[in-house]
Ligand binder design. Structure first.
Ligand code: HEM
Length: 461
């Protein structure tokens, strides 16, 4: 089969003049094998074909979009003409998050988003700052100078504990390890997305399929138990679950147990790995950029002078926030977004038929030299207000955009900055050369074998 670089752009002929340049791929599978062999490389190389590129995955036509204006058109201006792509509607995904916020559509989604929104208002979220810092303190209190750790594993455990605590309050702390184990089983099949194995595992009772269902059932039991206990107690514990339980639509209706389960699972999944990844990649980048690390430490020493951070410090932890933004630019946890067109429309001057799978890549656009100087360098200083305001809106979209933008955006930013500050005050990390870090683009952009570091004390506990 041809490699992507070898495939010429199809000359536009009259009848097809309005279709974008195409990558041909193999007769049956289209570009699927090429895409799977080197997903991120394929995404980068396909950009050479233009801002809008057409291809086929088996029987599905896909368009890749590389220009912020076209991405804005799909996610925001013409969002009504798009639903989530097929990948999000796979049986695995449905079994996991059901009809939760990430996957539901239309009027139902709109109602759920309205119900959940108050739980994500800045003021409510700010109240979680102390929990975030307290849990971080607890984790790092056992760390010692010179120790070797997988910092990604630590960040996963920590953000899971924080999401569990903020969603479920103290009730499930005993189950945290079980949930963590089941969740890590559950995300496994997603590393083979867009392969024949993925298609078969989704539909047939293979070993992967059975394991997936067993783990999903384990988490279901915990989630349902918490919901019914909380319903029975009738107490408002001030956490997200209480807010969701208390949420009323305009007609007075509330969420059913099944719906609550779907929303809780969605928040569970959407709310911890993405944040953990942002932190892991930030530590990875800081460990390689002494100048940025020094500035980071100087800010922490200046603003906090040894005390623990709180939500009230966020406005002064500017450089720390820039680090978070720059990490999400280079290593976006959600590295791709997918949609499906409902009716035929025009994107970037090209015709897009109904039912086209549309993909937009933070991975590619956020490293595009048209929008970012030295796009592959870690340079937090670039994130001045002036620079951010001058960027095309969708040249940087780690949280998506338009009506389906991330509901946990503020929660995540607050968590990342507070955790960076709490940990960065006490410790710094150096990478272990014998453990090279490589990327695994699965459901999110993960380090394939974690990130092994050596811990160094910055100041005594
Ligand atoms: C750095 C961390 C995070 C990143 C990078 C991130 C990224 C995203 C992105 C790109 C989307 C849009 C998906 C699409 O358009 O198809 C999204 C949606 C969503 N995120 Fe996040 N997210 C993060 C943290 C969180 C947190 C902490 C929560 C909750 C506690 C959360 C809950 C959700 C939910 C519920 C949706 C679906 C919203 C809807 O469709 O109405 N996310 N996220």
């Amino acid at each position: 089969m041809n490699r992507v670089e070898d495939i010429p752009i199809k000359p536009a002929r009259d009848a097809r003049a309005t279709l974008p340049p195409a990558i041909k791929g193999s007769l049956i599978q289209g570009v699927m094998p090429e895409f799977n062999r080197d997903t991120l490389g394929f995404i980068e190389r396909a950009r050479n074909y233009g801002n809008v590129v057409r291809m086929r995955f088996l029987y599905l036509t896909a368009y890749f979009l590389y220009h912020p204006d076209d991405i804005e058109y799909v996610l925001s201006t013409n969002a009504k003409n798009f639903i989530k792509s097929r990948s999000v509607r796979s049986p695995f995904f449905q079994r996991l998050v059901g009809n939760g916020l990430l996957t539901s559509e239309g009027e139902f989604w709109r109602r759920q988003r309205r119900l959940a929104q108050p739980a994500f208002h800045r003021q409510r979220i700010s109240g979680y700052g102390d929990v975030m810092v307290e849990y971080t303190e607890r984790l790092i209190s056992s760390w010692s100078d010179g120790e070797t750790r997988d910092i990604h594993q630590d960040m996963m455990r920590l953000t899971l504990e924080i999401v569990v605590r903020t969603l479920f309050n103290a009730d499930v702390s005993g189950d945290a390890a079980k949930v963590e184990r089941a969740l890590s089983q559950i995300v496994k099949p997603f590393s083979s997305q867009a392969t024949l194995k993925w298609i078969l595992d989704n539909r047939l009772p293979t070993k992967t399929h059975r394991r997936f269902n067993e783990s999903a059932k384990e988490i279901d039991e915990i989630v349902y138990r918490i919901i019914s206990e909380r319903r029975a107690s009738g107490s408002d514990q001030g956490d997200l679950l209480s807010m969701l339980l208390a949420a009323h639509d305009e007609d007075g209706s509330q969420m059913t147990n099944r719906q609550l389960r779907d929303e809780v699972m969605t928040l569970f999944l959407a709310g911890h790995e993405t944040t953990a990844l942002t932190l892991s990649w930030a530590w990875y980048l800081l460990a390689q950029e002494p100048a940025a690390e020094q500035k980071f430490h100087a800010e922490l020493d200046d603003v906090l002078a040894g005390r623990l951070p709180t939500a009230a410090d966020l406005s002064r932890l500017k450089y720390t926030e820039m680090i978070a933004k720059e990490s999400m630019r280079l290593y976006p946890p959600a590295y791709a977004l997918g949609r499906e067109s409902i009716e035929e429309c025009e994107v970037g001057g090209f015709r897009m038929p109904a039912k086209t799978q549309v993909f937009m890549f933070q991975w590619a656009v956020q490293r595009d030299p048209r929008f970012f100087d030295q796009p592959n360098s870690f340079y937090p200083e670039r994130w001045t207000d002036e620079f951010a305001n001058g960027l095309p809106k969708y040249a940087y979209f780690p949280f998506g955009g338009g009506p389906r933008a991330c509901i946990g955006n503020y929660f995540a930013m607050m968590e990342v900055v507070l955790l960076l500050a709490t940990i960065g005050q006490r410790f710094r990390f150096s990478l272990l050369p014998e453990h090279p870090v490589s990327l695994l683009p699965a459901m999110s952009l993960r380090p394939r074998d974690g990130i092994k570091v050596r811990i160094e004390n910055r100041r005594p506990a």
